[in-house]
Design a protein around this ligand. Sequence first.
Ligand SMILES: NC(=O)c1ccc[n+]([C@@H]2O[C@H](COP(=O)([O-])OP(=O)(O)OC[C@H]3O[C@@H](n4cnc5c(N)ncnc54)[C@H](O)[C@@H]3O)[C@@H](O)[C@H]2O)c1
Ligand SMILES: [Zn+2]
Length: 368
Amino acid sequence: MQTISIDTKNKHYNVYVGSGIYETALPIFEKQLQRADHVVIFVDEVVAKLHLEKLLMPLQAIINKSVHVFELPAGETSKSIETFMACHSFLLEVGCTRKSIAFALGGGACGDVVGFVASTFMRGIPFFQCPTTILAHDSAVGGKTAINHPQGKNMIGSFYQPEAVIYDILTLSTLPKQEILSGMAEVIKHALISDEHWVEELVSFQSFDEISAAQYLSYLVKGIEVKAAIVEADEFELSVRKYLNLGHTYGHAIEASTGYGRITHGESVAIGLVIALLLSEKVQSLEKGNARKLFDGLCSLGYSFAPVLKHEVDTLISYMKRDKKASFGDLHFVLLEQIGQPCVQIVTVDDVKLAHKQLNIWIREVYK
Ligand SMILES: NC(=O)c1ccc[n+]([C@@H]2O[C@H](COP(=O)([O-])OP(=O)(O)OC[C@H]3O[C@@H](n4cnc5c(N)ncnc54)[C@H](O)[C@@H]3O)[C@@H](O)[C@H]2O)c1
Ligand SMILES: [Zn+2]
């Protein structure tokens, strides 16, 4: 089991990563868990069938009384006000108080809604993140919690750090291919903002099936370390935390206009990464050729760029202007001065249009 510490101004906590680690990591919190009047696991309904027992059994053994379990709708649909209320109702029904502890067992969606429930139930109760997707190596660390509003994703939320993140990568073995692609896009993002050699390594795979369990572990640990360093430097996204949004300005626009659930978050980000690199070559000092190399690598790994062809650039730009990270309608992009060196820059609509056009040309070449 590997341990990565996260030191924010408000909280110090650890991320434990490894295979089959619930039985090793939970006893670290034995006293805290035994003092709790109730322990509740909120679990994604798909994950419940596959992995709940792995967490439930050792947890039950530690607290020596029954753990309450509440299943959430699978994936993104759980990030709703209805699920948020249902979680609160469940906590009240079983008699939870400020001395209760919550666990989130599932992907990023489950972690986001349960984190928000934990941050608001009786003004805040401790919670543990137990991520079960590759993407959640990113979302479970850093304390951003949220649910969606019909007018926008993640519009209601808080910053609230967990007690610990217990990341048992044995759970990743049941992930569908689409979710592997989605999660690995955020790993590639972490590589792009930190380490050129790591990018080369990741995009040189022909398929993520070639990656061994040991390599997955090392990439996830590396990704968490990149995120940890940034979160420690800027917990509330006033400066460098924005770098984590590389690929997300255009990516979010693709995700929103395609329709949430029709394309995964990470697959949209992968597309956004290529646009970010094209813009970096145009308006920053990134050496020409990097965007094309990334595009080719992502195509051979199985990422689909077809969604780009379905949208008018003006529609995408209107989504970008509505993004909560845009201020006064300006298009703020995270770009790269070079691989591993991110920066934030205002980009003109015309430059975004040019990058979109270039990407369209490449896509048509590949899909002809
Ligand atoms: N808080 C943050 O800092 C942050 C950062 C990035 C993303 N996010 C959020 O994370 C969410 C996306 O997270 P995600 O990609 O993990 O998706 P997800 O939680 O929606 O899970 C994706 C799908 O995989 C299934 N699943 C989960 N674990 C599984 C497993 N081990 N085996 C089989 N199926 C499994 C789920 O049921 C779901 O259908 C988005 O809502 C996004 O906004 C948050
Ligand atoms: Zn993301």
